[in-house]
Design a protein around this ligand. Structure first.
Ligand code: 4AD
Ligand code: MG
Length: 433
């Protein structure tokens, strides 16, 4: 049996005079003669404990005098309402036990980005990082719940792979016994194999991209939630994508309001995302909008972060862009009927400048066209023989998409850099801690 103690949240619910036993870390401490004010932090919040020399054993008072920020403690005491206390209640300590002292904690919260990244293992204790991690968990568990409810099977594709999905330029190579292998960029091809038995599948895996440049929205390792559905058209899959996102964002706002407020998030800007359908524009329309806004773009160009940002100014909720030029999209995307220069691909962009959070498509079923595209990409068709088999043995129309969890967390929390959406971010130049 796990030992029993009260959380800070439990303590805040207690009536005056009730006893509590708290365990946590010293968030802040102020010593004043024969009194010490100790703010104790646990995973639910912070509460102030007041320790007085007269109420503690002499051993305990000695320990209190040595206490520093981030020491770990157990405080027994009684709850007392006090309007001056930060949370309206405090704990009058009757006993204080120290588990581990802390030398002066290196972080105060005003350090520069690289210092905080070097001390990430400690910075994770901050209320900011704690709030973001909670929002992240809520978003993911809401999505998992939605997928279960809608009948999608969770599956576990491999991470070590023999071939590229999203272009050779961002592959991480690893030594695989006496062969060369790669870290997976996307589980998609494996999910495509699994739809022939389970039909509606999804997976959550780390995906790896050797992004050469450092940007605010690219990680080298990110968590990728991918779906694949047999018999689904692009339009069907877009409906799945918007319902999934709308549900997760609503749940995050309902359950993590306090954390979002701590992060300074303007929640009213998230509310439009609760309602589906989301607007849809084609790539052609996107180019027209950008031209009108004075961007020097022409048809066939990739939409970069700046272009996406400009497009998001036109919408107050997430929106889709569909029908991209074939030459800027991956080999597996299906040609649009009657328009061989475009594919049935879609991106979902989050508003307020955040941009792409989902990329998906209907998949090419025609084996000859698929083979031609594999060759055009410069891939070795031998590595894709198994994938081509999926078109040989009872091929079905199907579609899928991938959602970058960190991209969604970034948007929902309203933070301006992807690095804080994940406990230990990986990007070029950063592998420690
Ligand atoms: O658009 P992408 O590259 O699409 C695929 O990988 C498809 N195979 C997915 C599929 O259809 N099953 O990536 C999908 C999403 C992007 O929309 C973005 O949210 C996220 O993954 N993403 C990244 N997130 C963080 N860092 C990176 N370097 C990312 N690259 C993509
Ligand atoms: Mg994409």
């Amino acid at each position: 049996m796990a030992p029993k103690w009260d959380t800070v949240a439990d303590a805040l619910k207690k009536a005056d005079g009730e006893e509590v036993l708290l365990r946590g870390w010293v968030h802040w401490i102020h010593k004043l003669g024969k009194k010490a004010f100790i703010r104790v932090r646990d995973h639910t919040g912070v509460i102030q404990a007041v320790a007085e020399k007269a109420s503690l054993s002499s051993e305990e008072w000695k320990a209190v005098k040595k206490l520093t920020r981030e020491s770990s403690v157990e405080v027994r005491g009684r709850v007392r309402s006090d309007p001056r206390a930060p949370s309206g209640k405090e704990v009058v300590a009757t006993s204080v036990k120290v588990f581990g002292y802390s030398p002066p904690f290196p972080i105060w919260g005003r350090e520069d980005v690289d210092f905080l990244l070097d001390h990430r293992h400690l910075w994770l204790r901050s209320r900011r990082m704690t709030a973001i991690m909670k929002v992240r968990e809520t978003l993911l568990s809401a999505m998992r719940e939605w997928l279960k409810r809608e009948g999608w099977w969770e599956v576990h594709p491999p991470i070590l792979t023999a071939s590229a999905v999203e272009g050779g330029a961002t592959l991480f190579e690893v030594k695989y016994f006496d062969k060369k292998a790669y870290l997976s960029q996307s589980a998609q091809l494996y999910l495509e194999a699994l739809i022939f038995s389970l039909e509606k599948v999804w997976s959550l895996t780390p995906s790896f991209r050797a992004e050469k440049s450092r940007t605010r929205r690219h990680l080298a390792e990110y968590w990728h939630l991918e779906l694949e559905g047999a018999w689904y058209s692009m339009e069907d899959m877009m409906e799945v994508a918007e319902e999934l996102v709308a549900y997760a964002v609503r749940r995050a706002v309902e359950e993590r309001r306090e954390e979002l407020e701590l992060l300074g998030r303007d929640i009213s800007k998230l509310e439009p995302a609760f309602e589906t359908p989301y607007p849809r524009i084609t790539y052609d329309e996107a180019i027209e909008i950008l031209k009108r806004k004075g961007f020097p773009v022409s048809w066939g160009d990739n939409l970069g972060a700046d272009e996406e940002r400009a497009l998001t100014e036109e919408f107050e909720k997430p929106f889709f862009i569909t029908h991209f030029p074939k030459k800027i999209k991956a080999f597996y995307m299906k040609e649009a009927p009657g328009r061989p220069e475009v594919v049935l691909g879609f991106d979902l962009l989050a508003p307020e400048g955040y941009g792409e959070i989902i990329g998906g498509s209907e998949r090419e079923e025609n084996i000859d066209r698929l083979l031609e595209r594999i060759r055009e990409e410069g891939y070795d068709p031998a590595n894709y023989e198994w994938y081509l088999d999926l078109r040989r043995y009872g091929s079905v129309p199907h579609s899928g998409f991938g959602l970058g969890l960190e991209r969604v967390v970034m948007w929902v929390t309203g933070i301006d850099h992807i690095r804080d959406t994940i406990p230990f971010p990986r990007f070029r130049g950063r592998i420690y801690p």
